[in-house]
Design a binder for this molecule. Structure first.
Ligand code: ATP
Length: 424
C-alpha cells in the first residue's frame, strides 16, 4: 500500500519529511515492511506552501487499517495544528492512483475536490484536517511516477535542540562535498563559499545531503561532523530532475507554471535596483521578460554577457509576467559589432555622418569616406548551458553536474527538436 502525508508544518516548526521518518520507524516496529520512501516536490509556485512544497509517500506491506491508524496518529501528534495555514492530509491506498494527478500537482494547480475524486476512484482511506488542503499533496505523492530520480539523506535533530542554533562543522561539509562530488551536490556552494545543506529555519532538519544513490549520500553524510542526530532517513526524490519543466512558447506561458522556452534576446540585459538582471526574450513577435535575481550571484554575469540576437533556451517559473531563470542554454551567439563613423585617414579625427546614404565627412579637413568603421568585439559567452549556483538552486532544478536530459538538449538544436512534454 502507499501512504501519503502533506501539509504538517508551519514557518515556526515541524517538517513533513520528519513525520515521514518517524512514521517509517513506527510502521517497522509494528512489523510492516518498508518498500519505498519518497520525498515528492510539487509545484514550487503554489502560494500555500510553507517552504519547498514537499510531500511524502511511503510504500509499505502490511495491514491497511493499522497503517492508516499509525499514519493519522503520527500526524495528529506531530503536525503544527496551531498554525492557521497548516491543513494536514493523510491518505492510504492499496492501489496507486494514476500518475496524472502527480503531474498536475507538479506542473499546475489542483483542488481538494480533485484530490478527493482521485482518492475515491481508487478506494483509498483518507483523512483531511481543517480545510483538508494537505490531501492534494498527499494524493500527488502516492500517485508520483518518477522518470528520473535522485536521493536525499536527511538527518534530524533531537527534540530538545529544535529552535536552537545547529551545530554542524562547516569545514566537514566542504570536505564531504570534495570527497563525493559529483556523486553528491549542493552540500555547499564552493564558488560563493557558503553552506547550502543546513537550514536556518526552526524545523527538525539538521542537514540534507543530495546525491545520485543511497550509498553516495550516506558516504557524504559519514564525513559530516555535527551534533548527534536523532535519526536519519534516505528518501528517493524528484529533486534535481527538472520534473517541473514543460516546453513552452513565448507568448503562451501560464502563470505559476515552469518552462523551457526558446527565443532570441531582444534587448540588452539591464541591472536594476537590488542587482536583479533582466532581458527581453522574443519569439514569433511576442516577448517575455527573463529575470536573474541578485541571489543568483555569478549566474548574472552570463546573463549580462548576452546581446540582442543571441538565441537561447531559458528555464524557470513564469510568475508575475517574468520567467525567473534557473538555467540558460546558449544556442548561438550574435556577432558583437560596433558600427560608427571612421577615423579620417588624413587628419586622424573621427568623421561624422554626411547625411542619409551619403557616407561620412571629416569636419576638420573635409575628407570623405563611404564605409563606416566596423569593430568586431570578442564574445565572452560560449554556446552551452549556464546555471544558478547551488545557493540559489530550487529543489526541482536539475544541476548541470547531472547532465542535460535529451529532451532539453533537443531544444538547443536549430530544428528545435522535441517540443512535447516528455513526462506526459
Ligand atoms: P511541508 O513540509 O509541510 O510539506 P511545504 O513547504 O511542503 O511544507 P505545505 O505546508 O505542505 O508546504 O503546503 C503546501 C500546500 O499546498 C499543501 O496543502 C498541498 O497539499 C498544497 N499543494 C501542493 N501542490 C499543489 C498544487 N499543485 N495545487 C494546489 N495545491 C497544492
Amino acid at each position: 500500500m502507499w501512504i501519503g502525508i502533506d501539509d504538517t508544518d508551519s514557518p515556526a516548526g515541524m517538517c513533513t519529511t520528519y513525520i515521514g521518518a518517524v512514521l517509517v520507524r513506527r510502521l517497522a516496529q509494528a512489523g510492516m515492511r518498508i518498500l519505498d520512501t519518497r520525498l515528492v516536490r510539487l509545484n514550487p509556485n503554489v502560494i500555500h506552501k510553507t517552504r519547498g512544497n514537499a510531500a511524502v509517500s511511503i510504500e509499505v506491506a502490511g495491514d491497511i487499517e493499522a497503517a492508516f491508524a499509525l499514519a493519522s496518529a503520527c500526524v495528529e501528534e506531530l503536525a503544527a495544528f496551531d498554525a492557521a495555514a497548516t491543513n494536514p492530509g493523510v491518505v492510504v491506498s492499496r492501489a496507486r492512483p494514476p500518475p496524472d494527478f502527480y503531474h498536475a500537482a507538479l506542473k499546475g494547480f489542483c483542488t481538494v475536490d480533485e484530490a478527493v475524486e482521485v482518492l475515491e476512484s481508487v478506494g483509498a482511506r483518507y483523512r483531511g484536517y481543517k480545510n483538508r488542503r494537505g490531501l492534494i499533496g498527499a494524493t500527488a505523492a502516492i500517485a508520483s511516477d518518477f522518470s528520473d530520480k535522485t536521493y536525499e539523506l536527511l538527518a534530524y535533530r533531537k527534540r530538545e535542540s529544535w529552535g536552537t542554533p545547529r551545530q554542524v562543522d562547516a569545514g566537514s561539509l566542504f570536505y564531504a562535498e570534495e570527497m563525493t562530488y559529483p556523486h553528491t551536490w549542493d552540500t555547499v556552494d564552493r564558488e560563493n563559499g557558503v553552506v547550502v545543506c543546513v537550514p536556518h529555519t526552526p524545523d527538525p532538519v539538521l542537514f540534507g545531503i543530495r546525491g545520485e544513490s543511497p550509498a553516495w549520500v550516506r558516504k557524504a553524510g559519514s564525513y559530516v561532523d555535527s551534533e548527534e542526530p536523532a535519526c536519519e532517513q534516505v528518501y528517493i526524490t524528484n529533486q534535481g530532475t527538472d520534473a517541473h519543466l514543460v516546453p513552452g512558447m513565448v507568448g503562451a506561458l501560464r502563470e505559476g507554471r515552469s518552462y523551457l522556452v526558446r527565443g532570441t534576446v531582444a534587448g540588452s540585459p539591464t541591472t536594476g535596483a537590488g542587482g536583479h538582471v533582466s532581458f527581453a526574450l522574443a519569439d514569433d513577435g511576442e516577448e517575455v521578460r527573463c529575470m536573474a535575481y541578485e541571489p543568483t550571484k555569478g549566474f548574472r554575469d552570463a546573463i549580462r554577457a548576452l546581446i540582442p540576437g543571441d538565441v537561447v533556451v531559458a528555464t524557470g517559473s513564469y510568475k508575475g509576467g517574468s520567467l525567473n531563470l534557473e538555467k540558460l542554454g546558449v544556442v548561438s551567439l550574435a556577432d558583437a559589432v560596433r558600427i560608427r563613423p571612421p577615423v579620417c585617414p588624413t587628419c586622424g579625427r573621427r568623421m561624422t555622418s554626411a547625411g542619409r546614404e551619403k557616407g561620412y565627412k571629416c569636419r576638420v579637413c573635409g575628407g570623405r569616406s563611404r564605409e563606416p568603421e566596423v569593430e568586431r568585439r570578442e564574445r565572452l559567452l560560449r554556446p552551452g548551458w549556464y546555471e544558478v549556483p547551488p545557493t540559489a538552486r530550487r529543489h526541482l532544478a536539475r544541476p548541470l553536474v547531472r547532465g542535460i536530459p535529451a529532451w532539453e538538449e533537443a531544444m538547443l538544436r536549430p530544428d528545435r527538436g522535441c517540443a512535447r512534454d516528455p513526462y506526459r
